[in-house]
Design a binder for this molecule. Structure first.
Ligand code: RI2
Length: 312
């Protein structure tokens, strides 16, 4: 966790991508809600509840695609209501946030240990963007003494691939950067692809950083296993009820400066894309390695019907 930010500051830093990564934005949102609850020193549960709801709405509006943010916020509110009184409400919210943050960090570690079993000595591994869960798998395989070559895509326009290089280098791995458009060219030399997730839909489709679906397609064509590393709170209860995942589109200036773009031309900047379940070999979660077809079951078992209906 970084320095303590207010709720509004947290929402703004998620929106600006100063705080990024689907898991991290959920943890930071939970932390901000926890602090908001603890900072309340009044005695009116309705007032506290109204503040918390306002904060919840600001956080949920900050980025639309990663369901981890939604699930993290719902987890903080689980079982809480103004009827329980101000003190119990504060305690419930704070303890829910603590539990969520702890579990989500533990999940990344477990995913590393489970997923590393799918990486063999001598493998050439490709990853996309910058995912803590995917890197946990790769770094664990390295820690276990496996000799691996790791390739990271640049991930335009934010170039999160450079962060991936830093994360891998500080773990003692010497990674190689490629431009996004080199993924298919490289695929003939890749043994396994490991990516993270922003959202996994109830049909097993993966929503992840733009470009993921092209990599999955190239991996499928070359018969290279395509693995997704995702905590169970990346699965979307909302999609069970038919809701489509909103794909965030960010400002075109992130791709090209306005003065580079001739009059009349447009620049699109979609941030995520959808990879169909048939291109995914396995999803590595903290409750085990599952096929994309198990997504519905994961949502019901791990996130729970009660939880889904309460907040949907
Ligand atoms: P972890 C990121 O989104 C990437 O799409 C990455 O694959 C995903 O979150 C999951 O990251 P962004 O915030 O939760 O960079 O595994 O837009 O760290």
């Amino acid at each position: 966790m970084g320095a303590q930010l207010s709720l509004e500051e947290t929402a703004a830093s998620i929106r600006s991508m100063e705080v990024r990564g689907a898991g991290e934005i959920a943890r930071r949102a939970a932390e901000a809600l926890r602090q908001e609850a603890l900072d309340y020193n009044g005695h009116d549960p309705k007032e506290l509840w109204a503040r918390m709801q306002k904060g919840r709405d600001a956080l949920l509006a900050s980025r639309p695609t990663a369901v981890s943010l939604w699930n993290g916020v719902q987890a903080v509110f689980k079982g809480a209501s103004p009827e329980m009184g101000a003190e119990a409400l504060r305690k419930t919210l704070a303890s829910n946030a603590d539990i969520f943050i702890k579990r989500s960090k533990e999940a990344v570690e477990v995913i590393g240990r489970v997923g590393a079993k799918r990486i063999r000595d001598g493998d050439r591994v490709l990853t996309h963007c910058n995912s803590k869960a995917a890197l946990s798998v790769i770094i664990q395989a390295h820690k276990e003494g496996k000799s691996i070559d790791v390739f990271a895509t640049e991930s335009r326009p934010w170039r999160q691939g450079l962060q991936t290089l830093r994360d891998l280098a500080s773990a003692g791995i010497k990674p190689t950067l490629i431009v996004d458009s080199a993924a298919r060219w490289l695929m003939k030399d890749v043994d396994v692809v490991v990516v993270g997730a922003d959202t996994i839909c109830s049909n097993g489709a993966l929503i992840n950083k733009i470009g993921t679906s092209q990599i999955a397609l190239a991996a499928h064509e070359a018969r290279v296993p395509f693995l997704v590393a995702a905590e169970t709170f990346k699965f979307s209860p909302k999609t069970m009820y038919g809701e489509l995942v909103e794909i965030e589109e960010r400002d075109s200036s992130e791709v090209a400066r306005p003065d580079e773009v001739p009059a009349g031309a447009k620049v699109l900047n979609p941030v995520f894309d959808a990879t169909p379940p048939e291109y995914i070999d396995a999803i590595i979660t903290e409750v085990g390695v599952v096929p994309p077809s198990a997504a519905y079951e994961i949502i019901v078992k791990e996130l729970g019907h009660e939880f889904i209906f309460e907040r949907n």
